[in-house]
Design a protein around this ligand. Structure first.
Ligand SMILES: [Zn+2]
Length: 302
């Protein structure tokens, strides 16, 4: 496949720090991509050269009981392109046919090439948290790839969406995208809203406030710990509130197809900035700075 655009993820930053250590070097990072099928291998029937496609970065064996039950996230051989295997920040990439979906025609290359990992993660998380129309969703730390995807998906699912950020500009952006209100992330006590579902990928810094913002019966979904990985849980609050804490990461192949099917109806992918492939270091710096809202994307030479 010739890559037209590939998206950055926090995984790019972790990988650069050797977390995890690549199985072999050299190693091309990059989880997300959209592009054009250039050639097909023996036995490929789903695609032909010229097809415009999007990569699902999930890798699984496709044969074990978990895979056959559409629970590929629990496959013993489960992995992520760009983490465990050669990734998408190159002009060409080899991908299994099961890892492609057709590019939504209304999406730009930059949108199509950057929604994969974060969109999938946000979609599975909200699905597992059983977010329903009319419920209240609080997205903590709006601005990151998963949180901006959760915000857009939550709106699309008919929820009332609220957001938090440390930065005033990001709070304004969240409201401009459709959040009812956005609050400062710092402070004590619950956020000024009681939510059915709270999505928190910051971890330690916001954990206490997130838990205290749950309604009775509320669900706290965790898919990251960018600000620290250890938190305390007040057990009486958990059981008296009948709360659930849900850990979630990535998603299944069916969830990827479902999430992609939402894009033609213009589920917007929030693209923060586009860099040329050769400017990958500058794109990494943008991600590291934490100033971005949405996805940082690489545009590849034609
Ligand atoms: Zn498997």
């Amino acid at each position: 496949m010739r890559v037209a655009a590939s998206g950055l993820n926090h995984l790019d930053l972790w990988l650069r720090q050797g977390q995890p250590r690549p199985r072999q070097l050299p190693m091309v990072p990059g989880c997300d991509a959209a592009g054009v099928v250039a050639a097909v291998g023996e036995g490929v029937s789903a695609w032909q050269p010229g097809d415009e496609v999007v990569v699902n970065p999930s890798l699984a064996c496709g044969r074990c009981p978990q895979c056959l039950a559409d629970r590929s996230v629990f496959c013993p051989q489960w992995g992520i392109m760009g983490e465990h295997y050669w990734g998408s920040h190159g002009q060409w990439v080899v991908v299994g046919e099961a890892n492609l979906v057709a590019k939504p025609p209304a999406s730009s290359w930059e949108e199509a090439g950057s929604y994969g990992l974060c969109g999938l993660t946000a979609y599975r998380m909200l699905r597992r948290a059983r977010l329903a129309a009319g419920e209240t969703l609080l997205v903590v730390g709006a601005g990151g790839g998963v949180s901006s995807a959760a915000l857009m998906l939550g709106l699309r699912m008919g929820a009332r969406v609220f957001a938090t950020s440390r930065q005033a500009g990001k709070r304004q952006r969240a409201v401009a995208l459709g959040a009812e209100e956005a609050f400062a992330s710092e402070g004590e006590g619950p956020f000024p809203v009681q939510a059915d579902v709270v999505v928190d990928s910051a971890g330690a810094p916001t954990w206490e406030r997130s838990v205290r913002s749950l309604r009775p019966g509320g669900r706290l979904a965790v898919c990251g710990a960018t600000g620290g990985g250890r938190a305390q849980l007040n057990l009486p609050r958990l059981f008296f509130g009948q709360h659930e804490v849900i850990g979630s990461t990535m998603g299944t192949f069916r969830e990827f197809a479902e999430m992609t099917s939402l894009l033609p109806g213009r589920l917007p992918v929030v693209v923060d900035a586009v860099f040329d492939l050769a400017d990958y270091p500058a794109a990494l710096s943008r991600l590291q700075s934490g100033a971005q809202f949405g996805k940082v994307v690489l545009r590849h030479p034609a």
